[in-house]
Design a protein around this ligand. Sequence first.
Ligand SMILES: [Zn+2]
Length: 165
Amino acid sequence: MDNNKELIKQYPFLRVKNTYAAGTWTSCWLDDLEPGWRTAFGEDLVKELDKAIKEDGCEDTFEFLQIKEKYASLRLYATGYGDKTKEVLAKYEELSKYICGHCGQVATRITRGWVYPFCDKCARKIGQPTVPIEEFYETTYEDILDEIDHIKINYRYDDYWKPIK
Ligand SMILES: [Zn+2]
């Protein structure tokens, strides 16, 4: 799954369309994913997205606009999609909160100031002040591990984004 050309051939929605320079037709949206997140769930994200885009029938309209990290989680900005695709995008944004963005292990620390999820090892390498992830999310570490399993197995958009009453 590391070869952009192969990836784009199999999953056309990964091709970055708004690039001009020679050779960049192989620019792949996955390159904008933090390396740890790509390692941890890049392949699952692409496979589930592919299935959802087909189920939604939005192969001709779906397009990524931007992929980035913001406030310690992944943001997948896209357009032209339906409900099934929305679920997949939101699922992986949610999951990313608990995964080290540098190596893909379960995160244990969040940096202060510029917030970003790290495992112990990567946090030490970065050398910035951090807080334990359970403190940042005001929960227990056990609950974070449960939450990761829950998101992977049983994510439902409506459970996370409740309409304001
Ligand atoms: Zn790490």
